[in-house]
Write a protein that binds this ligand. Sequence first.
Ligand code: HEM
Length: 511
Amino acid sequence: MGLLVPILLALLASLFGGFYLLGAFRKQRPGEPPLDRGPIPWLGHVLEFRRDTAKFLERMKQKHGDIFTVQLGGNYFTFLMDPSSFGAVFKEARTKLDFSAFARKLVDRVFHFNQIEHSKNQFHVTNNRHLMGDGLVLLTESTMKNFQNLMLHSIGKGGDQKTWIEDGLFMYSYNIVFRAGYLSLFGNVSLREAGSTEKSFEMDRIQSDELFTEFHKFDQYFPKLAYGVQSPRERIEIRKLLRLFWKTLSLQVVKNKENPSDWVREEQQTTERQGMKEFMQERCMFVMLWASQGNTGPAAFWLLMYLLKNPEAMAAVRREVDRVVTESGQEVRRGGPIINLTYDMIQKSLILDSALEETLRLTVAPVLTRAVMENMNLKMSDGRAYQIRQGDRISLFPYTAVQIDSEIHPDPLSFKYDRFLNPDGSKKKDFYKNGKKLRYYTMPWGAGVSMCPGRFFAMNELKQFVFFMILYFDFELKNPNEEVPDIDVKRWGFGAMQPTRDVGFRYRLRF
Ligand code: HEM
């Protein structure tokens, strides 16, 4: 009996401690946003969140309004759904709201890459230097050459050029755009290795195609990996894929390539200088491949899909593409030189820009998250203020909060290629909610410190792809009545969404 009481007390204390750690006793304090811990201790709402993030957040918004805190897998996330208040998050000092603390964990879990804080800062410099400004002009030029090799290599080679080729539009677009991006960033097979230019082009085509097949396998595991819910068999398969990417992107392999981008070369030099272990440098390269290629290919699919389903939009883009080529003094003709599609040319296509922006509005849906580094006061645009606790996270899901809000974008689920154009043909930037002009009216690239540094390069790649498709190919849906497929809800939160199924199409060279 003498021992029983202390044992019982100890048991009770550890039970209590366990529940405390599981977040079972957390209560909404005065001044805090509404708190919804969810049905399962510690896990909270994570199952419903993972099943369909957009639907879950809409349900929470209906229940609690435009700010609320939910428990997801042991962490508390405050979701802010009012776009007029987004500035409060993006302008907050890094000492209070930190992007990298959260991103680091994800990158570690998915890619086994541990970032060094200093290299992260240097990475920002590298991004700005080589993915924007003059660096971007060089990169755009090498991307054009790679698109030409991948898409137009058989022109003028004889044989039956005019046969229709059937494919899935998603796989076709993802494949071509991935390979052009990969070759432009990580370099081409060198002349030394291949023996001739022709052979090096061919090796680029074959090797990049093989790499895409493996990348696509990894990509399909990505949502499970991000949530850490793979089966043991999947873990083994993923490990195998990772090893392949690490080997393919190793220092030695990339150093032997011709013309790797300055973006990749500078990052390699930085990490080497900082004494990062070689195996970690390889992992860093795969993170860069993932960041640069995981979204652009799927976006290319949606863009072509919407153009194919909207003849008026396709005709307007086609007219613009033809005008830009004519103004450059070039002409697409049988036996003539392949169009030299320069950086300047693709900056002159405002209709295509708008169609692209509209595509991204409808199909890119990241969850943007910041770690709360110290207790803070979050001020909303209407004057309300909320206390947010240190250790929590603040998240935004602009897809429902902004991109498909019918007040900001009337008829929000329809594709309107000219939604981002003013009547005079200039870029439209004025969008309103509650009578207030919005700074953030579509956010496929995120915002603030972590805003996608590759956005200009990605837009250029997508436009180059459309230019070459329109200039050199006839292409059509196999079934003209085919509907635009649904979005696969498993990928909410990770950037560009993917379709639930592929769509049959056919294409053939026009010349
Ligand atoms: C359609 C294509 C793309 C989309 C929709 C996209 C979207 C995004 C988004 C939403 C983020 C911010 C994530 C956050 O704040 O949590 C991001 C970050 C990033 N993106 Fe992109 N991206 C695309 C293409 C690219 C390309 C082509 C590159 C490189 C060449 C690139 C490089 C990066 C990098 C390095 C980051 C991390 C930035 C940081 O850590 O501060 N992206 N991207």
